[in-house]
Design a protein around this ligand. Structure first.
Ligand code: AVJ
Length: 314
């Protein structure tokens, strides 16, 4: 059975209903996410760009002390619009640079490839579409030093313990002195956070509801989008921003293979968590994975951070 269909059947038969945010990213979802990144209320890309522009040189210098040739693997690479700046600043510091982009979406990887090829020179590029738990595991060994990038605050899509497991997983592909750079959106004023996931233009709403349209397109479902609402909320106690889709009435949705799902009024589908980090959470990840924190690069506001973790000899 098609992987998406299998996921949907599992997710919509459990209580409460839930679907993974990784299915947001079909071609339409990719475009909507690119629009989200342009929104003023979605403050994350601006914070990240500031750090990349002002501090990638320093990151490169730190890494160049231990590696002359570097393989950069980006998990959840997206369109490459920010990474190209990082790569350009890294280039002069190394004898050779290889860039491997991994993403669940094949279409966004094409955009990524075009972007990096045209804007960065003297670098070997390759892309691997698919679930990065698979594509990362399948990577051949390299004689180069390795840097794994996980930007865009993608780590926020994991609850803390899953993030710790993910760190473990990434560590398996790292040798001594290799590095892992992760972008964390840090806790900040709760109203600023909630606005980022409930923008005035309704793009984030369309992004969430596209998951229903995607089931209509790909699985022959008959969701009436107007009978569902996007509802995000933020819990400042644990730093988690959570999104749900709410059914506005009692209804039954049918899929082309005969599968049916019943929704009661105001029943929800959990679609996404976007966790905001307290410094103690970052320490927790380091303590539980055995990757040590070597540098923290913050934006001017000190509410967004790129943290460099290293595998050191145990
Ligand atoms: C791509 C996972 C970082 O959680 O902020 C944007 C996705 N969801 N608006 C995030 C998203 C709603 C985004 N990440």
């Amino acid at each position: 059975m098609n992987e998406f269909l299998q996921h949907v059947k599992e997710g919509l038969t459990k209580t409460p209903k839930a679907l993974s945010s990784r299915y947001f990213y079909d071609e339409i979802g990719d475009k909507l996410f690119q629009e989200i990144m342009q929104l003023e209320q979605y403050y994350l890309p601006v914070c990240e760009m500031q750090i990349i522009q002002q501090q990638s040189q320093q990151m490169a210098k730190n890494l160049a002390q231990v590696h002359k040739k570097l393989q950069i693997i980006e998990l959840g690479a997206g369109d490459g619009s920010k990474t190209k700046h990082l790569l350009n600043q890294f280039r002069p510091h190394f004898d050779a640079l290889e860039y491997v982009a991994m993403d669940i979406s094949e279409s966004i990887l094409c955009v990524n490839k075009r972007e990096i090829e045209s804007e960065v020179s003297g670098i070997d590029i390759c892309s691997k579409a698919g679930n990065y738990f698979q594509t990362y595991k399948d990577l051949p060994e390299t004689s180069y030093g390795r840097l794994v990038l996980f930007l865009g605050a993608n780590i926020g899509n994991f609850i803390l313990d899953d993030a710790a497991n993910f760190f473990h997983f990434v560590k398996q592909g790292l040798k001594e002195n290799d590095a892992f750079i992760v972008a964390f959106d840090l806790v900040k004023h709760p109203r600023k956070i909630i606005a980022a996931y409930d923008d005035c233009k309704g793009i984030t709403k369309a992004f969430n509801l596209n998951l229903l349209s995607r089931m209509n397109r790909e699985l022959g479902a008959d969701f009436d989008i107007s009978k569902f609402e996007h509802f995000p909320f933020y819990n400042p106690a644990c730093g988690s921003s959570v999104s749900h889709i709410v059914s506005l009435e009692d209804q039954i949705v049918h899929f082309s293979d005969g599968f049916e799902v019943k929704f009661e009024s105001y029943e929800t589908i959990h679609t996404e968590i976007s966790k905001k980090y307290f410094p103690k959470d970052i320490k927790y990840l380091s303590d539980h994975s055995g990757l040590s924190i070597s540098q923290t690069y913050c934006n001017q506001n000190k509410d967004y951070a790129l943290v460099m973790f290293n595998r050191i000899n145990e």
